[in-house]
Design a protein around this ligand. Sequence first.
Ligand SMILES: [Zn+2]
Length: 374
Amino acid sequence: MTSFDPELSPRRAARAEAERQATAALTLPPSPASRSANTESPVPSRRERRAASPRSRALVPAVLRGRTVAFRRRLAVLALVAVVVLAGVIAIGSAVAARHDADAPDTAVAASLAGPPAVPAEGLPVPVISEAPAPASPCDDPTFTSALASGDDGATIAAIGGGEAFRAAVASGIAPCISLSDANRQWVVVNKQRPYDPADYRPGDLVMPDDVRALEESALRRPAADALTAMVRAAADAGAGEIGYLSAFRSYATQEQTYAGRVAVRGVEEADRESARPGFSEHQSGLAVDIVPCRGSCGTLDDVAGSSQGAWVRDHAWEFGFITRYDVGRTDVTGYEPEAWHLRYIGPELAKAYRDGGYTTLEEFFGLPAAPVY
Ligand SMILES: [Zn+2]
């Protein structure tokens, strides 16, 4: 390094000092402290080197130039090593990727590379949804149809699996062989929209029930008569009191007189809420009965609702196959005022399903439309 001679002329001294500083800037590496404080590279840039005048470079001692050359060589070697290492990394990465693809094609990677799947010209395939098999109709079951044909209502209902199964089959429409219009069956539905066919239908098995007080000479169909006898006996055994009845089967001709008498007193509109027109009365089926409470003498129809007999019947009539046909609050469906006394026989199997299902109209039980008017 050039030593500073204060004896030199000021001009030369200044030049020498400038050269010394230029040389120091070119060759001295920054101290650790200055390196951490100054983020600039310790290696002088090309611009900085160019800034140093050729003249001052010419004055740099040979030993310093030698250090600079060595430093540049180290830089070159480092750069070469970096390039070699980078190339190696790239080569290894490519090899791994190629092996990965060859071993097991990654669908996710393939999809990301290939983009969204192409839609075929004919469009995407429409999924085929197979229809659920239609429920088997009891009308296709020989066991059921033979029971139905025999005319035995209890056996027919048993063949389909009970009262609820029978109801469900009818209400769902899968049993067209079961007719709710057949007046000879316990499941017949008669209302203001469903008259008898023929209009003067008359059942063939009318009998007077045994051991039941009848205020009129009025019969019932055999199954209903037997059920009434059993129910009246059970009510008496339970301490509910004696149950008699006023009216059961009424022929078409009898109903003509009954309805005409009601119209004469109350007019058509009110008569229609209390009495059926001929050909539309449940009494014509031989499956309906109007009961009365008896204690010594018998009360009227209007006495049933508030009697112990009436209370017992509400809870137990279903056990014998009877339902309260015209329930409280269902005039919108039945078209009739509530009649606590009017019991309709539908058989014990259907009556149990009616009670278990919480039904209050026979129309809803079988899925029929309401019939409030003619
Ligand atoms: Zn009645």
